[in-house]
Structure formats: structure tokens, C-alpha cells
Design a protein around this ligand. Structure first.
Ligand code: SAM
Ligand code: SF4
Length: 330
């Protein structure tokens, strides 16, 4: 088992399969070069499988594939099938987060390959706003992907919306309505200082409390999980009994660090213990220089033992991580 020095059990692993993306969300802004698996820095599928196997043997219960945009990595269904085999060794859930631009046609294949759950990102229902946020015209692809996820039978589909003042805060009610009567959870996320362009400023932040009040005045909502144990989001249902859920992720104003159970593996093989870490642990280097399984295990334990209690956004000691969200793996 993996416990950090604050006695938190580490059981969720985020695996980034690429730092490249076909979108240019202004709050993230990834490297524009195309993803190519001949990039020597990128972990191969075999390396990812090996490292995930080590993580699972250390008690990781849930793996979420991310990026960049995971769907731009060729042959992702093969990786999903390989990682799915770790369910025989203790893995409980294999999930993915995607921008939904290329997911629709692969939804069923990925599900049959062993993907249990999917989260899709959708910041706007208006084509113009969607384009201005993501730099892409693929709003209809994302909506089709959400439908395809439903048809393929993914349970508890989540839809993530990053809310930014002056960009899409006028759509909070419309996005909440999108959840109503559906089997979706629409999760509203505070804008975090993880953009490569360093444009983040508190004035862009729409606090989760404000988002909640805006939704509540249109559709009264009731908190489902008052203690939020280990969960990132505050979860709400609609008071009138209509289906669908709302999630609020107050990563900046009410961080969930105290309950954090996460660790991350970047696409270039660095272990990070927090989105906001300033340290990384080079498992790719160790692996490629002939490091044994027990040495890799020790490096992971070493990293976890140094996991900080939480981020310090808003304090004078806060330092932006050197990488953007797309490169860390959000
Ligand atoms: N490309 C995929 C996607 O967009 O769903 C997966 C990777 S993306 C980095 C993961 C999640 O991080 C997305 O839901 C995205 O909206 C969110 N995200 C990216 N940059 C962010 C930021 N600066 N603040 C808050 N959330 C952010
Ligand atoms: Fe790409 Fe996701 Fe970053 Fe948007 S948030 S640029 S879709 S990696």
C-alpha cells in the first residue's frame, strides 16, 4: 500500500498518454506539435503497462487516462485492453477524460476493450464561445461523443466545464440545464493557474459558491455528499427530483487537498504527486537505464513519502508549476 506522510492512502493514478492536443483551450494551451509515438521521450505502451502494473501492486485502485488529449495517441484501445487486464490484479476502475472531439466513433470499441468510465469536457453550448475557448469548431463532435458514450453504456458520465469570468460564466444555468433529466453529472471547475500562457489571475476566477448560487436560483439543488470523503467534487441533485447531477470543484477556493488520494504519471515518464508539484521523479530514466522492478517501486514510494499536504494558491509562497495542465496530465 502507498501512504504519504500525512497518512493519506494513495489509490488514484492519473496517466497522461500524450502532452499534445488538437484543441488550444486558452486556460491550458498545449504544445501544438502533433503527437507521434516515435517521440523518444514518450513512454511506450509497454512501459506504461509495466509502470501501471507496479502501481496496482502498490494498491492503486483507479487509473484515469488523460493528456493532452488521450485520443490523439494512436492505438489507445490497445493500451486500454492491456491496462484492463490489471483488473485481475486489483485494479477496480479504468477511466478516461477526453475533449470529445474524436471519441464518438471509438466509444463502443474502448468500452469493449475495458474502459469503465468516461469524462468529457464541454465549456460552452454556444458554437462561438466554444470556439473562442477551445480554438476548435468541434462542439457538435463533443455533443455527439456524449451521446455515443450514453449509447455505448458508460455509467455515470461526467461532463467538465471550466468556468472563467467574462468567457462562459453567462452559461452556468444552461450547462446546469444540460444535466437535468439526463444520466449526466455536469461538473463546474474553478479556473486554476495551470495555463502555459500564465494569463491566470484571480479576477478570472468564478468561485464555486457563486456558481452554486447561480444554479440554485434557477434550479434549486441539494447537497448529496456533505463530507466529500476523498471526492474532488461537491455533488448536488436537483431538489425537484429531476434526474442528473451537478458537481462543483472548488480547486482554488476550497481545495480538497486534505483528502487527496492522487498521484500522476506524465507522458514522458515523470511521477508527480500533485498538479502543483515543483518536483518530479524520473521513472522513465530509471526504467531505461535498466532499473529493476524493486528499484522502480522504491522510487514511487520515495515520491509518495514526499507528497506535500496541499497547494498554496493565493499565498505568497505559491509557485506556478513549470508545466501546464496539458503537459502534467489533468
Ligand atoms: N484533453 C482532455 C480534456 O480536455 O478533457 C484531457 C486533459 S485536460 C488537461 C483535463 C481537464 O483539465 C479538462 O476537463 C480541462 O477542462 C481541465 N483543465 C485544463 N486546464 C485547466 C485549468 N487551468 N484550470 C482548470 N481546469 C483545467
Ligand atoms: Fe487540450 Fe484538454 Fe488542454 Fe483543452 S484542456 S487544450 S482539450 S488538453
Amino acid at each position: 500500500m502507498l501512504f504519504d506522510s500525512f497518512n493519506r492512502k494513495i489509490k488514484d493514478l492519473r496517466v497522461s498518454v500524450t502532452d499534445r492536443c488538437n484543441f488550444r483551450c486558452f486556460y491550458c494551451d498545449p504544445d501544438p506539435a502533433p503527437c507521434t509515438s516515435s517521440d523518444p521521450n514518450l513512454l511506450t505502451f509497454d512501459e506504461i503497462h509495466f509502470l501501471c502494473d507496479v502501481f496496482v501492486s502498490l494498491g492503486i485502485e483507479k487509473i484515469r487516462l488523460t493528456g493532452g488529449e488521450p485520443m490523439v495517441r494512436k492505438g489507445l484501445d490497445l493500451l486500454v485492453a492491456e491496462l484492463s487486464s490489471l483488473k485481475r490484479r486489483g485494479l477496480q476502475e479504468l477511466a478516461m477524460i477526453t475533449n470529445g472531439s474524436n471519441f464518438a466513433s471509438k466509444a463502443a470499441l474502448l468500452r469493449s476493450s475495458g474502459l469503465d468510465r468516461v469524462t468529457l469536457s464541454l465549456d460552452s453550448l454556444k458554437p462561438g464561445t466554444f470556439r473562442s475557448i477551445t480554438g476548435s469548431d468541434k462542439l457538435s463532435n463533443v455533443l455527439d461523443s456524449i451521446e455515443a458514450a450514453r449509447s455505448a453504456g458508460y455509467p455515470y458520465i461526467k461532463v467538465n466545464a471550466v468556468i472563467v469570468r467574462g468567457r462562459n460564466d453567462d452559461e452556468i444555468v444552461d450547462l446546469a440545464r444540460f444535466a437535468r433529466g439526463s444520466n449526466l453529472t455536469v461538473r463546474f471547475i474553478e479556473f486554476m493557474p495551470l495555463d502555459s500562457g500564465r494569463i491566470w489571475d484571480r479576477k478570472h476566477l468564478v468561485p464555486a459558491t457563486e456558481i452554486r448560487e447561480t444554479i440554485n436560483s434557477a434550479f434549486p439543488i441539494v447537497l448529496i455528499n456533505p463530507f466529500r470523503r476523498g471526492e474532488t467534487a461537491w455533488r448536488y441533485r436537483f431538489a425537484d427530483g429531476t434526474g442528473g447531477e451537478i458537481g462543483l470543484i472548488a480547486s482554488v477556493t476550497n481545495a480538497f487537498c486534505g483528502e487527496c488520494s492522487r498521484i500522476r504519471l506524465t507522458a514522458d515518464g515523470q511521477v508527480r504527486t500533485c498538479l502543483f508539484s515543483t518536483e518530479e521523479y524520473d521513472v522513465r530514466g530509471l526504467l531505461r537505464s535498466g532499473g529493476s522492478r524493486s528499484e522502480v517501486t522504491e522510487l514511487i514510494r520515495f515520491a509518495v513519502a514526499r507528497k506535500k499536504f496541499g497547494h498554496t494558491i493565493g499565498s505568497s509562497t505559491f509557485k506556478n508549476p513549470s508545466r501546464s495542465m496539458s503537459s502534467i496530465g489533468g
